[in-house]
Design a protein. Structure first.
Length: 156
């Protein structure tokens, strides 16, 4: 084999190895959706744990200042609630967290929460998402994950 051919083959092999090594990273980074279009997880699109933490802190602040529903939280450890909410949203949006709190049904069962109370809390969340300029698509995806929990939370 001539020297030039060996150099060319060697270069090609090196290039192939680089491409092969990059594959798992790409596959992890961008999940393939049905249409073949690359799509990051909602967790990533929200901005990961720092962004979720900022939104939840604002959200919990809004709830605490909301006279329609803050009586429910009078005896609540808000710092702990915040941690639980961050982990819940992080996990539900495809992030690497683990929610360790109780089931939505168990946690809220004796609170007598109405549909109006639930609506007020969602408003407080939307206000927080808007403050941080979370785009409409991501906002609706998150609300689409939390919305179905209503039937476990509203008991009145
Ligand atoms: C989609 C809507 C909601 C979600 C995702 C949600 C989520 C949670 C989570 C993760 C916790 C912590 C559970 C734990 O520590 O084990 C919690 C606690 C609590 N939630 Fe909700 N919740 C929702 C709606 C509501 C509403 C509408 C109210 C009342 C207006 C409410 C009142 C409370 C209270 C008072 C606690 C604290 C209980 C305590 O002090 O230990 N939640 N919620």
């Amino acid at each position: 084999m001539g020297k030039v051919v060996r150099v060319v083959l060697g270069t090609l092999l090196a290039a192939l190895l680089v491409v092969a090594a990059a594959q798992p990273v790409l596959a992890n980074d961008e999940k393939q959706m049905g249409g073949g279009k690359a799509q990051k997880s909602l967790y990533d699109r929200l901005g990961g744990k720092p962004a979720i933490t900022a939104v939840v802190a604002e959200f919990v602040g809004n709830v605490g200042a909301d006279n329609r529903i803050n009586k429910f939280f009078a005896k609540t450890d808000l710092a702990n609630l915040q941690v639980q909410l961050v982990n819940q949203i992080c996990e539900a949006s495809g992030g690497p967290c683990k929610y360790t709190g109780g089931s939505m049904k168990e946690v809220h069962k004796d609170m007598g929460i109405s549909g109006a109370d639930f609506g007020a809390l969602v408003e407080d969340l939307v206000k927080a998402l808007d403050k941080f300029k979370v785009p409409e698509k991501e906002k609706n995806e998150l609300l689409g994950i939390l919305g179905p929990m209503k039937s476990d939370i509203v008991t009145k």
